[in-house]
Ligand binder design. Structure first.
Ligand code: MG
Length: 408
């Protein structure tokens, strides 16, 4: 995908040859471990990709970006190069970072090809820069010597005394929060870095350095998605919630019992008023048997016959609600619980329309599920086959399990 986007980008660059182009310096040398990971921050992953690679992939979609250099921690230089090769990005430069952020930026700028006039310094801890916003940032260069992306302040801001007393409310219209990329003319940035180093001064970002160097810095409004990943909570918020990560398990169950006179008809733990009932080793509750088999299927287990053998005297005449409780305990031990159940009862006799709501209420109690997660439908077999002749009753059940711990 990246290769095709590069081709598109090259075509766009040809069409925009009058616009400024810029070289990306991706600062990924920090040692920060505040994310609660053993990894250095740039190598912490979202959806299986390190933060720096997310940022790089997005920055390479910007038509005006002509290349990139990654400033890596000393111990990450080799694996950064290996990953770039694996991603078919061999043209991206990698240099070793320095002690301080300013040292790393200077080393990155030094690696930028001589023909490139503008540089975009981006923090690898911001994995989601918006290519359209970065493009807007590059397009203001030429009219200004430096520019940064920044967010409007959305909160009401208070200036506070050292004792915690509010001094005044700051007009938020004048307050912006700096993000990255921060763009500047390459030689202007190098001169500012050298001058600050000579005076042993340190700045928190390139814009602060340039302000000190008397360079006007233009604001370009950023996209709210361009967040900095700082805490484990930030990281968790941006991990994808795909079905795979939610760990859903699907199971299907089926059961059929003969309808005979002289037996009670028990469905979903409810005794239904009927002249015929279900023949079976246990209470013959075909609905609970189908649900149990669906649960066992979703858990990757075996069928109900193997689980509760009809040769085992423990289950003779058993209340199927007890069998369900045993199975629910078993899956709970594996970290699973029911999320949803959908059942269809097929029977020519008796008519079940009047019993469906009581059966559903019983299933909700037995499974611990709300009304919108349990469905009980009943239908005839249109007079066809043994079911249609009223000789048997069958049930189909689809069961969804989840390994998520907290109920929604
Ligand atoms: Mg059965």
């Amino acid at each position: 995908m990246l290769r095709s986007t590069r081709i598109v980008r090259e075509l766009l660059v040809d069409n925009l040859s009058t616009a400024a182009n810029a070289f990306v310096i991706l600062v990924a040398a920090g040692v920060g471990r505040r994310l609660g990971s053993e990894e250095r921050k740039a190598w912490v992953e979202i959806a299986g990709r390190p933060l720096w690679l997310h940022a790089l992939s997005r920055l390479l979609l910007v038509p005006e970006v002509e290349g990139a250099v990654i400033v890596a921690h000393r111990d990450d230089v080799v694996r950064t190069r290996e990953r770039l090769l694996a991603e078919s990005l061999p043209q991206i430069l990698v240099v070793e970072g320095g002690q301080e952020r300013a040292d790393s930026v200077a080393l990155g700028v030094a690696a930028v090809p001589p023909g490139s006039r503008w540089v975009l310094v981006h923090d690898a801890a911001r994995p989601f820069p918006n290519p359209e916003r970065v493009s807007a940032l590059v397009r203001v260069l030429g009219t200004v010597p430096a520019a940064i992306l920044a967010h409007r302040s959305v909160n009401t801001l208070k200036q506070v005394s050292p004792h915690g007393r509010v001094v005044c409310t700051v007009d938020r219209e004048t307050i912006w929060q700096a993000s990255t990329p921060q763009a500047a003319e390459k030689f202007t940035l190098l001169a500012a870095l050298a001058r600050a180093a000579a005076q042993d001064l340190r700045f928190t970002d390139e814009a602060a350095l340039l302000e000190w160097h008397s360079v006007p810095v233009q604001i370009v409004e950023d996209d709210p998605q361009n967040v900095k990943i700082t805490t484990p909570a930030d990281l968790a918020r941006h991990q994808p919630r795909s079905p795979a990560s939610a760990a859903l398990r699907l199971g299907h169950g089926y059961d059929i019992h003969r309808l005979v006179e002289g037996r009670p008809l028990v469905l979903g733990g409810v005794q239904v008023d009927s002249p015929v009932g279900l023949l079976g080793h246990s209470d013959g509750d075909a609905l609970l048997h189908a649900i149990i088999e669906g649960i066992l299927g979703a858990a990757g287990s075996t069928d109900i016959g193997e689980h509760f053998s009809d040769r085992d005297p423990r289950w003779s005449g058993a209340d199927s609600r007890h069998l369900l409780a045993v199975v629910l305990d078993e899956i709970q031990a594996s970290g699973l619980r029911p999320l949803q159940v959908d059942c269809t009862i097929v029977a020519e006799r008796p008519r079940l329309a009047g019993s469906k709501s009581a059966i559903k209420a019983s299933l909700m109690t037995l499974l611990g599920l709300p009304a919108d997660r349990v469905a009980v439908k009943a239908r005839t077999n249109e007079g066809l086959d043994a079911l249609g002749r009223g000789e048997a009753l069958a049930v189909h059940a689809v069961v969804l399990l989840t390994s998520e711990r907290t109920p929604e």
